[in-house]
Design a binder for this molecule. Structure first.
Ligand code: SDX
Length: 437
């Protein structure tokens, strides 16, 4: 006997008409109501600005539980991956859904390493920007331009093409990120060194000088690798959803990722790490008048928000923020208590303490998110403010390309085309300009 399908009954009280909508249960998390037949059966659209209650796709890559503050890549808790894995191994996990064997890891690492160099002609793209261009503007442009170099044919369903495109993107993001910094600071472009690890190579390309030997601080290498693991993927966030929507028209992967970078740049999303530091500096310069800023964040007449606080999904602690806060504390110990960044960290800890005792934040489940402490770590490593979101984009590129790949492979996938709730003018006839009032 076939299993009775689970459904919900939706009744239109204005007509008395009822329909059954199927329930689709996940392997983990919140069940969904399949509304694909809602319009054809009952003549309604759903209305969900910001997709607060909408599952846009099926995915096996990352699981979040906002109520419990849980984040898992391929079922592995972020706390264990942060502690025991490394960024490249996490890239393999996100792309393939399984941790690699030693042999698979060696082959993957080799494949990525030998695609880190950029086509020499790409150098001229950088010199087209003003020296004071924000590195995110450069990254949006140069990543999109990869379409002109690595997208020879349009067949996205060619497995080998996608395999190469995925690996090229992961491999080249650190080089593009480092060159954005080098160009902005009038430094010569550096080349990736194949004997260096992924995070170490980025620090080398960013900070090495032709005039002297540069060996990245191992503590900084480990801290950066951890930051990249924590930022690698996060389910259907704004930038990942942008990549999926752009890619759903079968646009090439490089152009689709460039759209994701543009979305991440916003201060409500990946630009928050830069905004947090600006906020902390303002607070420190105001003699640490934390209560003043907390009250501003609560004032509906004031557009000011506590940057690095709140999250669409986490209504509990963002597990990444907890890990980053501890790493930040350890890094500041490493660079020395007298670090100028210690005051920023102490101020951030004080803000968290006061906010989490304030009903405004507690009642709205507003906790520190991934961006609240991450910037202090980057500053202490010598990475300038305008490179923070570039680091986020470099880390998240594997999440974006994993979701892009999953979407291209999904037989249910179709071009994304939301509808709307139209509230504009009703039909009317054109009026000649000399007849208009
Ligand atoms: C990232 O989606 C992801 O997974 C993103 C991300 C990832 O890894 O990809 O986790 C990365 O983007 C983290 C978020 C970084 N952004 C910030 O830190 C910017 C500050 N935070 C807010 O702008 C806000 O919290 C959002 C954008 C993160 C979430 O906004 P929502 O889900 O749309 O929530 P909301 O704006 O509806 O806020 C609910 C209430 C409102 O008050 P009421 O209308 O109920 O009275 O909480 C208030 C908001 O005013 N509120 C805040 C606040 N965040 C929400 N009030 C003061 N300060 C804040 N930071």
């Amino acid at each position: 006997m076939s299993e009775k399908k689970e459904t919900v009954t939706l009744t239109d009280n204005s007509t008395g008409e009822s329909i059954e909508l199927p329930i689709i249960r996940p392997t983990n998390g919140i069940p969904t109501i399949d509304v694909r037949s809602l319009y054809s059966q009952l003549g309604y659209f759903t209305f969900d600005p910001g997709f607060v209650s909408t599952a846009s796709c099926r995915s096996k890559i990352t699981f979040l539980d906002g109520e419990q503050g849980i984040l898992q890549y391929g079922g592995y808790p972020i706390e264990q991956l942060a502690e025991q894995s490394n960024y490249l191994e996490v890239c393999y996990l996100l792309l393939h859904g399984e941790l690699p064997s030693a042999e698979e890891y060696a082959e993957f690492k080799n494949d990525i390493t030998y695609h880190t160099a950029l086509h020499e002609a790409l150098k001229r793209f950088f010199s087209g920007f003003r020296r004071d261009a924000h590195p995110m503007a450069i990254m949006v442009g140069v990543v999109g331009a990869l379409s002109a170099f690595y997208h020879k044919h349009k067949n996205l369903h060619d497995e080998d093409y996608r395999h190469k495109a995925v690996h090229r993107l992961i491999a080249k993001m650190p080089t593009i990120a480092a060159w954005s910094y080098r160009y902005a600071n009038g430094l010569p472009f550096t080349y990736p060194q194949n004997h260096l690890g992924y995070a170490e190579n980025f620090l080398h390309m960013t900070f090495s000088l032709p005039t002297e030997e540069y060996v990245p601080d191992p503590f900084f290498v480990k801290a950066l690798d951890l930051i990249m693991i924590l930022h690698a993927d996060h389910e259907q966030n704004a930038s990942t959803s942008t990549v999926r929507l752009a890619g759903s028209s079968e646009s090439n992967p490089f152009a689709s990722i460039s759209a994701g970078i543009a979305s991440l740049w916003g201060p409500a999303h990946g630009g928050a790490n830069e905004a947090v530091i600006k906020m902390l500096v303002d607070i420190v310069e105001s003699d640490n008048d934390v209560p003043y800023y907390i009250n501003r964040a609560k004032d509906k007449e004031d557009r000011f928000r506590l940057m690095g606080f709140g999250h669409r999904v986490y209504k509990n602690h963002d597990p990444r923020a907890t890990i980053i806060r501890e790493t930040c504390h350890q890094l500041l110990e490493h660079v020395g208590k007298g670090s100028e960044y210690q005051e920023l960290f102490d101020t951030a800890v004080e803000i968290e303490r006061i906010a989490l005792e304030d009903d405004y934040f507690v009642s709205r489940n507003l906790y520190p998110n991934v961006d609240f402490y991450s910037g202090i770590i980057l500053l202490a490593m010598g990475i300038p403010l305008n490179m923070f979101t570039v680091i986020f984009a470099m880390s998240r590129s594997v999440g974006w390309i994993s979701h892009w790949n999953e979407m291209i492979n999904d037989p249910e996938s179709k071009i994304g085309r939301p509808r709307q709730l139209y509230e504009g003018a009703l039909p009317r006839d054109f009026v000649e300009i000399d007849q208009r009032s």
